[in-house]
Write a protein that binds this ligand. Structure first.
Ligand SMILES: Nc1nc2c(ncn2[C@@H]2O[C@H](COP(=O)(O)OP(=O)(O)OP(=O)(O)O)[C@@H](O)[C@H]2O)c(=O)[nH]1
Ligand SMILES: [Mg+2]
Length: 320
């Protein structure tokens, strides 16, 4: 029997075959047992792509902005892939389909790959599925990978942390920038975009954002200061400035050594996520009954949750 049933699929994906790439992303989405074998094969072919995370409130204009950004990236003759992630729905839904339709300007460009993703069966959730999907797109020869996700909470913050540069999109209007602060987006933004700059209140939103960024950690000389860029994504206005800012941030990360640091931190998180997923799967598989007994014991206040966890881990050890 072939030890690597996905062999030819991986080989085709490495050559940039779009259908094969889409299938491999489905494998990741499903969290099928083949993921490990696929990752083993594609890993040697990864490490070249640069990823850009785009997040912000629902309807802020992320997809419109992404579409326009694709134009900029293509004008520089790079290959680009977009991963639109919906962490809230476990199944691919209508909004994602909308993204696909909206980006149809690039539908015939063979150097642009657009894909929506949700975690269908992946036990590690979207936090683990995202770096795996990015790796597939990297191995397939994309120079840039844009990860779009709605920014409303920690799950989304986790997703954009898979990117090398993170773009936070807000729109003019009272409170929008404040909400970005609440959602934890201020801390993760390398670049801020005030989109829908054709609307009223742009200057005030830029001012508020600036103040909130200034309130954050003090930045020494030479340290990256997140720029704030005004865009009208529907007209493509200002998107050249966004692209320039991404390239500047990339240069900064590369020259300061921070790109390596960031990627190393992501690898550490990914490995520990994989370990956690494996341990959980083993508990379900090998100690489901003990888990149930432990739950009862803790509920009856006979033992505490830590002691229960310890005994489950001991149980796994004794199975080895
Ligand atoms: N006036 C104005 N409308 C815009 C601008 N950019 C986007 N829109 C509109 O805003 C709406 C939402 O845009 P999307 O690009 O779908 O926003 P999104 O952030 O991707 O939305 P979700 O993925 O659903 O969270 C659409 O109707 C766009 O046409 C802009 O610069 N100005
Ligand atoms: Mg969108």
């Amino acid at each position: 029997m072939d030890a690597h049933p996905n062999n030819s699929l991986v080989e085709r994906a490495l050559k940039g075959d779009r259908q094969a790439v889409a299938k491999l992303i489905s494998v990741v989405e499903d969290g099928s047992s083949e993921v490990g074998a696929v990752m083993e094969e594609i890993f040697p072919h990864t490490g070249k792509a640069y990823s850009i995370g785009i997040t912000g409130a629902p309807g802020a204009g992320k997809s419109t902005l992404t579409e326009s950004l694709i134009g900029q990236i293509r004008a520089d003759d790079h290959r680009v892939a977009v991963l639109a992630i919906d962490p809230s729905s476990p199944f691919s839904g209508g909004a994602l389909l909308g993204d696909r339709v909206r980006m149809q300007d690039h539908a015939t460009d063979r150097q642009v790959f657009i894909r929506s993703m949700a975690t269908r069966g992946h036990l590690g959730g979207i936090a683990l599925a995202t770096p795996e999907a990015v790796r597939v797109l990297d191995a397939a020869g994309n120079d840039y990978i844009v990860i779009e996700t709605v920014g409303v909470g920690q799950a989304e913050v986790d997703i954009v942390e898979n990117a090398d540069s993170t773009v936070v999109v807000v729109t003019p209007g009272w409170g929008d920038s404040v909400q970005a602060g609440k959602a934890g987006l201020l801390e993760i933004g390398d670049i801020f975009v005030v989109n829908k700059a054709d609307r009223e209140g742009v200057k005030q939103t830029v001012r508020e954002l600036q103040q909130m960024i200034d309130l954050g950690p003090r930045r020494e000389e030479g340290v990256w200061r997140p720029p704030i860029i005004e865009t009208i994504a529907v007209d493509g206005k200002g998107v050249d400035l966004l692209w320039a800012a991404v390239k500047a941030h990339r240069g900064y990360l590369e020259n300061s050594g921070q790109l390596k640091d960031r990627r190393r931190a992501r690898i550490a998180k990914e490995i520990s996520d994989i370990v956690a997923e494996r341990v959980k799967a083993r508990v379900r598989r090998e100690a489901a009954k003990e888990l149930e007994l432990a739950v009862q014991a803790v509920a009856a206040r006979e033992i505490d949750p830590y002691a229960a966890a310890e005994s489950l881990l001991d149980r796994l050890d004794s199975n080895e």
